[in-house]
Ligand binder design. Structure first.
Ligand code: NAD
Length: 289
């Protein structure tokens, strides 16, 4: 039976560590880290994410500022708001909640964020730095995965890692990070052939697809490390909400073969916000007192 990689518990510990670092600043009468979260429009899921980010900031002593913008503003107005935050000394990190309403150009909006305040790590400068191995802001979900791996003392060097999914948010950056840790990395995606065979060769499997129970238990090599990033809602008449959240991996079967496995929920998910706080603290500490 696999050891469960408890991202919830680990994220609480990391948040505690961050709160202690923030307290050192405020005890010395220095400014706490500040995070601005920009939300455009009324997407209900985005509102939930923004509110949980604000709560996490408050719990660790990080100053947070929500910038709520009307869905009908222009791209130029959005860029103007970002530029104001770039110049705001109280703000160390800027997060643009995605997705933006359809008429916006997401790429140019993300590029308007100062790379020094890009705590989501989506600016091309930070993406490029990650690939050439320079210190950068790393996107929060992949950073959280590496943190889980390191804190559980899982060795990566020389291992075969298969990443399923090639998004800019998860698949590509986690592949770059595993490569940096000296894994031999394969990125699989929707056009990949013989995926089950590929997964069977993996010592480390990271699944970031978004399809419930897609990765079968018998694809998992005996003793492999399984990181399930997927968050999928499936019908569950026994739950009061009528649904439950599951990952991409058939957990019950995979758990019997893996050495370590992340649950969904309670695995990678909680680490993502903890890493946002960690990146915001890093942005604050970079500028000294
Ligand atoms: P995405 O839709 O941008 O990418 C999905 C990837 O899956 C694509 O690269 C695609 O090529 C690949 N894919 C689709 N069908 C496939 C198939 N049949 N075989 C192999 N590959 C296939 O999604 P994303 O933003 O990377 O998110 C992936 C999942 O992770 C989603 O469930 C999302 O909700 C979840 N997620 C979780 C967190 C977290 O904090 N835990 C953060 C981000 C995303």
């Amino acid at each position: 039976m696999a050891t469960i990689l408890d991202g919830k518990k680990l994220s609480e510990k990391i948040k505690q560590e961050i709160a202690e670092e923030v307290k050192k600043l405020t005890d010395a009468s220095l400014q706490p880290p500040g995070l601005a979260v920009i939300i455009v429009g009324n997407n209900p899921a985005s509102k939930v994410y923004v509110s949980s980010k604000k709560k996490a900031c408050a719990a660790t002593g990080i100053f947070s500022l929500e910038v709520a913008l009307d869905e009908n503003i222009t791209q130029d107005k959005l860029i103007e708001e970002i530029e104001k935050l770039n110049k705001n000394d109280k703000i160390n990190g800027i997060l643009l909640q995605l997705p933006l309403p359809k008429h916006f150009d997401e790429h140019s909006a993300l590029e308007a964020i100062s790379p020094e305040k890009d705590v989501d790590g989506f600016h091309p400068i930070n993406v490029g730095k990650l690939y050439i191995g320079l210190d950068s802001f790393v996107p929060c979900t992949p950073k959280g995965i590496i943190e889980i791996i390191k804190r559980y003392n899982i060795s990566v060097s020389g291992k075969n890692a298969v990443v399923i999914g090639r998004s800019n948010i998860v698949g590509k950056p986690i592949a770059a990070l595993l490569l940096k840790e000296n894994a031999t990395v394969t990125i699989a995606h929707s056009k990949t052939q013989n995926l089950p065979e590929l997964v069977k060769s993996a010592d480390i499997v990271v699944s970031a697809i978004g399809k419930p129970n897609f990765v079968k238990g018998d694809w998992i090599k005996e003793g492999a490390v399984v990181i399930d990033v997927g968050i999928n809602s499936v019908d569950d008449p026994s739950s009061p909400k009528g649904y439950k959240l599951v990952g991409d991996v058939d957990f019950e079967e995979a758990e019997k073969k893996a050495s370590y496995i992340t649950p969904v929920p309670g695995g990678v998910g909680p680490m993502t916000i903890a890493m946002l706080l960690s990146n915001t603290l890093k942005a604050r500490l970079r500028i000294g007192s």
